[in-house]
Ligand binder design. Structure first.
Ligand code: NAD
Ligand code: 0WE
Length: 263
């Protein structure tokens, strides 16, 4: 199909071959896009090199999105490779581990609230701000990753739920602001997937088992399935879609979770 032929995509947030960002990189590469990677720390470098080579990329740039100077440098460095940019993928989230378990009211602190919102939501508009001039006049697209905890309370997701709610509002305000530049902004709200970010979660197993029992498809979704939806949303096939949160969750969000006759 190669529906991303001629497009250049910056992917922020790959950490391992389990990362959702890696599923997106593979799908975008398959559809003909050129890929650049931004990774958080030097420690990830060798894994990023391996992944980049698999999608014929040699653009790997270090960027901690909590640092303004790193974001500025990311796009300055990217300009050494590419004059223009079509796509930015934001696949980054962070909250302090202590704030992702137990009673929400007891666990939440001012500092933890600020950090979660800074890294998980502000960084998306920060990337848009810094990348905007490279994306002018070419049907650009931005995409981020959310989770159903943005819109429903649940155990342990806690402060990340608020940060994802902020991120989803960010999608709508960014879509409105950037629409005049022809840039679309969307999110995928993915079902639970066993990545590094999920491995840190004590009761991931319980959450995943409940999800498989209740989701209409009765199975987990893969990073490849999220990647395919991401490739579509960032392509010209999705030219009429912006400000939208697309669920790639086997239908989990559509049901009330009451066991049926086959349970
Ligand atoms: P992952 O651990 O592979 O990816 C998270 C990434 O965030 C890592 O690459 C990490 O380096 C990066 N990151 C964290 N802090 C950063 C910082 N300060 N600067 C730069 N990068 C930073 O896990 P994942 O599950 O692929 O997560 C990707 C996105 O998908 C996140 O936004 C997550 O909330 C979202 N998501 C995950 C699931 C799931 O169940 N795994 C479900 C829905 C949404
Ligand atoms: O968005 C996420 C997780 C994001 C995340 C993960 C970590 C683990 C390590 C953010 N910050 C940290 N900080 C760390 O120190 N997901 C959608 C995966 C996830 O996280 C949960 C979940 C699910 C699903 C937390 C509690 C309950 C369910």
């Amino acid at each position: 199909m190669a529906f991303l032929k001629g497009k250049r995509a910056l992917i922020v947030g790959a950490a391992s071959e389990r990362s959702i960002a890696w599923g997106i990189a593979k799908a975008m590469h398959r559809e003909g896009a050129e890929i650049a990677f931004a990774y958080q720390t030097e420690k990830l470098r060798s894994r990023i090199e391996k992944m980049a080579s698999l999608v014929n990329s040699d653009i790997m740039l270090e960027c901690d999105v909590s640092r303004d100077e790193d974001i500025t440098k990311l796009f300055d460095d990217l300009k050494n490779y590419w004059e223009h940019l079509d796509i930015i993928i934001h696949s980054v989230a962070f909250a302090k581990r202590e704030e992702l378990s137990g009673d929400y009211v007891e666990a939440t602190t001012r500092e933890g609230f600020q950090m979660a919102h800074d890294i998980s939501s502000y960084s998306f508009v920060a990337l848009a701000k810094a990348g905007r001039d490279m994306m002018q006049g070419r049907n650009g697209a931005l995409l981020t990753l959310s989770y159903i905890g943005a819109v429903r309370a649940m155990p342990n997701y806690n402060i990340m739920g608020l940060a994802k709610a902020s991120l989803e509002a960010n999608v709508r305000f960014m879509a409105d602001a950037l629409g005049a530049d022809g840039i679309r902004v969307n999110a995928i709200s993915a079902g639970p997937i066993r990545t590094l970010a999920a491995a840190g979660i004590g009761d991931f197993r319980k959450i995943f088992d409940h999800y498989v029992l209740t989701a209409p498809l009765r199975r987990g979704v893969s990073i490849e399935e999220v990647g395919n939806a991401a490739a579509f949303l960032c392509s010209d096939l999705a030219s009429g879609i912006t400000g939208e949160i697309t669920y790639v969750d086997g239908g989990f969000n559509a049901v009330a979770g009451i066991p049926g006759p086959n349970a």
